[in-house]
Design a protein around this ligand. Structure first.
Ligand SMILES: O=P(O)(O)O[C@H]1O[C@H](CO)[C@@H](O)[C@H]1O
Ligand SMILES: O=c1cc[nH]c(=O)[nH]1
Length: 264
């Protein structure tokens, strides 16, 4: 006996619950913070008040809480554009009005210290998921109001930051000019010289989600932004080993920006 199908394959949600995220509309506040790593959701939530753990499915861990009485949901996106698209589309359909990525990046500007922050104003065009939602070749901007609120928050909290462009890539190793092991049949990496070219194009760092968030979020009429901690600096070849305090500051910064936006 086959059971009667109760959901549409074209949009396979069931009883208001999405296909991938472990939540329902009541869990999704208008403002959502979006780390990549699911293990950072409970760390982020520990900075908030009145925290409720929502649940986990695949790479999507969710919690909600408040910051100075402002309600905030935290939802991990997993790594890269495809899982970020799923998170952003499902959250937007459940009531998200503003999505702010709170992640890490590899800086390519030698003047960016470990643990400092990039407030992203544009994402350079590179990845497949973003291209589906915005096929132009123009860099995609974060929402201006979010960028300004993040800047105001960083200044209020006296946290070190720069504002600038990110290069988002679908690849952590070759796509970020990382030699993984001796090359078998190649003289050099296909991406040799990438960081030099990105510097000339004005990028401050590299991540794997911002471009998709900006493209998908804009297509869903959601305000978008991102603040990224320098987890490594490729120009100076330094890596941030203990990033607990940096992570807490990252959440404080983004949550303060949400409170600023909600007050206006
Ligand atoms: O710090 P998170 O948000 O995990 O993001 C960065 O770290 C991952 C790579 O290690 C990629 O997802 C990259 O964008
Ligand atoms: O080097 C890095 C560090 C964090 N995230 C990246 O995508 N690259």
């Amino acid at each position: 006996m086959t059971s009667t199908a109760s959901r549409s394959a074209a949009f396979p949600w069931l009883n208001g619950r999405p296909t991938h995220l472990p939540c329902e509309a009541a869990d999704v506040m208008p403002s959502v913070l979006l780390p990549g790593d699911p293990d950072r959701v409970s760390k982020a939530a520990s900075v908030l008040d009145q925290v409720t753990e929502i649940g986990r499915r695949r790479e999507f861990q969710m919690a909600r809480g408040t910051w100075n009485s402002t309600p905030i949901t935290v939802c991990s996106t997993g790594i890269g554009g495809p899982s970020t698209e799923i998170a952003v589309v499902e959250l937007a359909n459940l009531g998200m009005k503003r999505g702010i990525r709170v992640g890490g990046m590899g800086a390519i500007d030698p003047s960016m210290p470990l643990g400092s922050f990039l407030i992203v104003d544009t994402a350079l065009r590179n990845t497949g998921t973003a291209r589906i939602y915005d096929p132009s070749n123009e860099p995609i901007s974060a929402s201006q109001v979010v960028v300004e609120a993040l800047e105001a928050a960083a200044k209020a909290l006296k946290l070190p930051f720069r504002r600038g462009a990110i290069f988002t890539t679908d690849s952590y190793y070759w796509g970020q000019e990382r030699l993984t092991r001796p090359l078998a049949n190649l003289q050099e990496l296909p991406t040799a010289g990438l960081m030099q070219r990105l510097t000339q194009a004005g990028a401050i760092g590299m991540d794997m989600e911002c471009e998709a968030l900006f493209a998908v979020g804009r297509a869903m009429s959601v305000q978008v932004g991102a603040v990224l901690a320098v987890h490594g600096n490729r120009a100076t070849d330094q890596w941030l080993e203990d990033y607990e305090e940096t992570q807490r500051n990252l959440i404080r910064l983004a949550a303060t920006a949400v409170a600023i936006l909600d007050a206006n």
